[in-house]
Design a protein around this ligand. Structure first.
Ligand code: ADP
Ligand code: MG
Length: 314
């Protein structure tokens, strides 16, 4: 059973491919399945911050933490959703590229900034919403991550871009982060009616095999509307196609990216424990129920508190 929090960088140097939409909705869907999640908005555009209903605020971002001027616990903000926290972005983050580049340890700055939260063990997932460039913030995000999740559109041109990011991944594996995995490729804004869609999906699958998620995210108007209401689409319109797809994706993501939560003993194991340890019945029953319902019916009632206080994090 691992205690480690999984850090996943959501990256693609191309803008407008669905990175932020994926971060916001994957985070919300994971939180709804009782996983504790921290989103880190690393894009000065602050779309993940807005998409989760927060306003930009001076000094409240990863930036002062990277500079050593703030503690990470001070910049973690709760959202309106249980289990879902965010380190927002701010305009200053645009300066981070230059500032970090000057430092000798530039590849490890994000890893080090996140270390206290990761080591606290209270989180299941940290999702890094990367800016759309192959710059230093994206590179040090990948250096900090266990896995990289690449959203891409089902277009022939997008295949070239995929090469750039997999090259970067190889470089990091050869140096700063030998354990970095390609968590997966998620096809976004899929329009099955377009003639190239199926061909592109087949090509990506041929090249990347099981690294391509079975779930694809359809192009969906409600999904594009949700950010202007500061809500993940899974809350804005839970039954629309985009919401259904992101929930299915979260389920597939959890199976592929286990944490201490998903690695709790199986239900059958727990049931046999109940027989031998009558006095612990209520506790064991609770956790096995949570496990059953989170995989089958997706509970609305989360079991963990947002990570906001100093004590929990540091
Ligand atoms: P990125 O973070 O890669 O720049 P975004 O997630 O911000 O991309 O998405 C770019 C634009 O496309 C946004 O306006 C977003 O609302 C829209 N969008 C993203 N996913 C979908 C989807 N599945 N259906 C329709 N519009 C989408
Ligand atoms: Mg974005």
């Amino acid at each position: 059973m691992t205690k480690r929090t999984k850090i996943i960088a959501i990256a693609n140097q191309k803008g407008g491919v669905g990175k932020t939409t994926t971060v916001v909705n994957l985070a919300a869907a994971l939180a709804r399945k009782s996983r504790t999640v921290l989103v880190v908005d690393l894009d000065p555009q602050a779309n993940a911050t807005g998409g989760l209903g927060l306003e930009k605020e001076d000094g409240v971002s990863i930036y002062p933490v990277l500079l050593g001027n703030a503690e990470i616990a001070d910049v973690i903000q709760p959202t309106a959703y249980d289990n879902l926290n965010i380190i927002p972005s701010e305009v200053d983050l645009a300066g981070a590229e230059i500032e970090i580049a000057r430092r000798e340890d530039h590849l490890s700055v994000i890893r080090e900034a996140l270390a206290p939260v990761r080591e606290s063990g209270v989180l299941d997932y940290i999702l890094l919403d990367c800016p759309p460039s192959l710059g230093i913030v994206m590179t040090s995000s990948l250096a900090a991550a266990d896995g990289v999740l690449v959203p891409m559109q089902a277009e022939f041109l997008a295949m070239e871009g995929l090469g750039l990011i997999t090259n970067l991944l190889e470089q990091l594996r050869a140096g700063a982060n030998p354990d970095l995995e390609l968590n997966g490729i998620l096809l976004t804004m899929v329009n099955m009616v377009a003639t190239q869609t199926k061909d592109v999906i087949a090509m990506v699958k041929e090249k990347f095999g099981d690294r391509v998620y079975d779930t694809t995210i359809p192009r969906n108007v409600r999904t594009s509307e949700a950010p202007s209401y500061g809500q993940p689409v899974i809350h804005y319109d839970p039954t629309c196609k985009g919401a259904v797809a992101y929930r299915a994706f979260a389920k597939e993501f959890i199976a592929r990216t286990p944490t201490r939560f998903t690695e709790t003993p199986s239900v059958t194991q727990e049931v046999s424990e109940v027989k031998s340890q009558e006095n612990e019945i209520s506790e064991v029953k609770l956790s096995s129920e949570a496990e059953i319902s989170s995989s089958a019916t997706e509970p609305e009632t989360p079991t963990q508190e947002p990570v906001t206080s100093h004590d929990q994090v540091s």
